[in-house]
Design a protein around this ligand. Structure first.
Ligand code: PA5
Length: 426
């Protein structure tokens, strides 16, 4: 389970400023459905209540793709993209496409770049291709544009019949353009439950189907989430989701308006990207909200380090890491020691990272940045399920503590209105 450390915030915030009463009330409202946006809290009990038949279909389709595809294109944006990518990068590696095991996975439709589309079209040419298009509304422009292009490519390459085998749709059970296309064309479709919003949908077919297609054991992911659910729905002061929510809100009230999630390397980059959307869209409204930023350790200390250490003191940091990596890589002893590194010979990367992280933590605290620590066990399917649930439930609690509806995103519509007007949409 995720452990939380508060030593690094103690000199900034008095313990009584952590409002556990409000945090527990927020958790209770999530559990009994009495809070704002309560028609979108299906994710709270999802690790227990998920549809087993749908889950079996996801496993079967994922296996089919894994065994038959050389390339797998996943089309989606925001909550219909980031969680799946976070899982794949953590559990299969950001470099998984270079390893000859299962299909190469390409995420597309998460922006508006013709060059990206052209490159992926080039990369999949001549390869056995499967496509999963994901959109809850079924109307989002970016994935819809990409789907139009890849649907045409699949139909031209494999015919209408082949396309029925190779295109998988993840969308609403009844509404939206994508559902209409899926029904008309006879594509297999997977249902995003009505009461689960985009950024809380990783543990639905949105995240699970790409994971299964990449060869990830999704039963273990759900088992991890179920264990987390049991632990994190407890209204007790040692529940780390309550502590995290209460602490970040206390720091926000002290003017620490930007939260940096620092993370331990490339394979967790998309956990941070997913986290930014989850917290930013859930809390940034009504003129309120902590701005979610991220920092890759130690890479970004060579770009953002100066700012974090020395800039305006509006930052709080949540330092996330794993207790243990999957691989143990030891620094070798070399006789000549020209680089002077024999003093770390025999130690592994985990030990060196631990020292670096502690050094960073102390430096940032000295510089006036409160630092919380979140530590998960080791990167695997169960831990991923736990992390998803940890961050989701803490986000719901934190949003309610802030007094907003953490499950809507009215602000996102503004750019779309302008864009559609400029494009001449009728
Ligand atoms: O959290 C959300 O609701 C959004 O970020 C959506 O996930 C995102 O806009 C994509 O929407 P859709 O799945 O409808 O294409």
């Amino acid at each position: 389970m995720v452990k939380i450390g508060l030593d690094g915030i103690r000199q900034f915030v008095e313990p009584e400023h952590l409002n556990y009463t409000a945090a527990k009330a927020a958790l209770a409202a999530l559990k009994d459905g009495s809070g704002k946006g309560n028609d979108f809290i299906g994710w709270v009990k999802l690790p227990e209540t998920y549809d087993r038949d749908e889950f079996a279909r996801i496993q079967a389709a994922g296996k089919r793709v894994h065994e038959n595809a050389e390339a797998f294109v996943v089309i989606g944006i925001g909550g219909s993209y980031l969680g799946a990518r976070a899982a794949l990068e953590l559990l299969c590696s950001p470099r998984a496409n270079e390893v000859k095991k299962g299909p190469a996975v390409y995420f597309i439709g998460n922006g508006i770049s013709g060059d990206d589309i052209a490159q992926v079209l080039e990369l999949v040419k001549g390869k056995s291709l499967y496509v999963n298009v994901i959109s809850k509304s079924g109307t989002t422009l970016e994935p819809a544009l990409a789907f139009r292009i890849f649907k045409k490519y699949v139909e031209e390459t494999y015919g209408k019949e082949g396309a029925r085998e190779r295109i998988l749709c993840t969308t609403d059970k009844a509404r939206g353009v994508l559902k209409g296309i899926a029904d008309r064309e006879g594509y297999e479709s997977f249902v995003i439950p009505d009461d689960v919003g985009g950024r809380y949908s990783v543990l639905t077919p949105v995240g699970l189907l790409p994971m299964a297609a990449a060869g990830i054991d999704i039963a273990k992911v759900m088992a991890g989430a179920a264990a987390a659910m049991e632990a994190y729905l407890k209204e007790e002061n040692d529940n780390p989701t309550l502590i995290y929510a209460a602490a970040r809100q206390a720091l926000y009230n002290l003017g620490k308006k930007v939260e940096i999630l620092s993370y331990p390397g490339e394979n967790t980059r998309f956990i941070a990207e997913w986290w930014k959307q989850l917290y930013g869209e859930s809390e940034g409204k009504d003129g309120l909200g902590i701005f979610p930023a991220s920092c890759e350790l130690t890479a970004d200390l060579h770009s953002l380090g100066q700012y974090i250490q020395d800039s305006e003191r509006i930052l709080q940091e949540t330092m996330f890491r794993f207790e243990k990596s999957v691989n143990r890589v030891e620094i070798p002893m070399v006789e000549e020691d020209e680089d002077g590194l024999n003093y770390v010979a025999g130690r592994d990367y985990d030990a060196i990272f631990a020292a670096a992280a502690e050094g960073i933590r102390r430096a940032h605290i000295t510089g006036g940045v409160p630092v919380m620590e979140l530590v998960a066990e080791t990167p695997n399917e169960e831990t991923f399920g736990q992390l998803v649930y940890f961050f989701e439930i803490a986000c719901g609690i934190s949003g309610y503590m802030q007094g907003v509806n953490p499950f809507d995103q009215p602000g996102v519509e503004e750019y779309k209105k302008n864009m559609f007007a400029l494009l001449g949409k009728k």
